[in-house]
Design a protein around this ligand. Structure first.
Ligand code: NAP
Length: 310
């Protein structure tokens, strides 16, 4: 007897990859179940205007785009639950997925759990998160009108966000651990041309200072070893992202923490498990590429089910 709770497809995560996978598998009549996860909607929920998602010539707000994707998936009978997978067992099929105490079974699994912002891990940072420490300039920049701010990082994100912050801030100081940025030239040029942006090279943040709110950072020059305090009302951290793969460690082949797929497909090291979006891709990391991979994962899962007689 087939288990009534055995689903054709369970999808983990509700960013563009997960919701596109849900849309496609739902339209293929596979009645997918999607667990939205802790940060429902993914990283686009933290952005304002998305100007480069095709089909929206006048831009669309990140949260609006995600709401539209969710509605579209739900229209075709995808079941979306506001729950997170807390444990998985991929050692045999059907795969087992737990959401708290509830055990679910899946003939195929699509993992689209995304990536989360990395933090510095220095004293003061965690305590002052939301009180001046942020990893999202577009979400929080608005609150720092006419203040001096610190941006940490030397990649495109740091350049883009520092430039964005100058709309509000009186000054933005980028603190970078080396003597050159890794960001693309065009983004660097924009930063160097901006009179409101200063750069402190060869330096790391030792501590975020402040009682109830951020008042500054302690900076250490890695070449001279000297420390100094830099006053700031806010500290923005843009030092990259880490894939959300803790749940799958030891069960799926990972590479630098990201799920490894057999390109050009979305097949992982376990047959019947597919992965899409930022949990796989550390190169492109775009909403549209994640959505594209979500579609691929859905088609891969559909084919797998057909081949296995479902
Ligand atoms: P990234 O390119 O990995 O850059 C991370 C930066 O943070 C690096 O400069 C790195 O320093 C620094 N860093 C890492 N760990 C640190 C630590 N513990 N303490 C201090 N500094 C640390 O990440 P990203 O800027 O988020 O960009 C990721 C990808 O998205 C890239 O491919 C980028 O091109 C793309 N992206 C594109 C755009 C755009 O085109 N509009 C915008 C944003 C992002 P080192 O340089 O010394 O390693």
């Amino acid at each position: 007897m087939p288990d009534v709770n055995e689903r054709n497809v369970i999808i983990l995560g509700s960013g563009p990859a997960g919701l596109t996978a849900a849309l496609y598998t739902a339209r293929a009549d596979l009645q997918p179940l999607l667990l939205k996860g802790v940060d429902a909607g993914g990283q686009l929920m933290l952005t304002t205007e998305v100007e480069n998602f095709p089909g929206f010539p006048d831009a669309v707000l990140g949260p609006d785009l995600m709401e539209r994707m969710e509605k579209q998936a739900a229209r075709f009978d995808a079941e979306l639950r506001h729950e997170s997978a807390t444990r998985v067992d991929l050692s045999q099929r059907p795969f087992r997925v737990w959401s708290g105490d509830e055990e679910l079974r899946a003939r195929t699994l699509i993992i689209s759990t995304g990536a989360s912002a990395r933090w510095l891990g220095v004293p003061g940072e965690e305590r002052l998160r939301g009180r001046g420490v942020s990893a999202c300039a577009t979400c929080d920049g608005f609150f720092f009108r006419d203040q001096e701010l610190v941006m940490v990082g030397g990649g495109d994100s740091a350049m883009e966000e520092a430039t964005f912050l100058t709309r509000f801030a009186s000054k933005v100081t980028i603190v970078h651990r080396r003597d050159e940025f890794r960001a693309s030239k065009i983004m660097q040029d924009r930063v160097f041309a901006n009179e409101k942006i200063d750069v402190v090279w060869d330096s790391t943040i030792e501590e975020v200072l402040g009682g109830d709110a951020v008042t500054g950072v302690r900076v250490r020059n890695v070449k001279t070893g000297q420390t100094s305090d830099l006053p700031a009302g806010g500290v923005f951290v843009a030092i990259g992202h880490s894939p959300n793969t803790e749940l799958f460690e030891g069960q799926l082949e990972l590479e630098n923490g990201y799920i490894k797929v057999h390109e050009p497909t979305t097949r992982t090291s376990v047959e019947g498990v597919f992965a899409a979006g930022d949990v796989v891709d550390h190169i492109y990391r775009q909403a549209i590429t994640a959505a594209g991979m979500g579609c691929q994962a859905a088609l891969d899962a559909e084919r797998f089910l057909a081949e296995h007689g479902h």
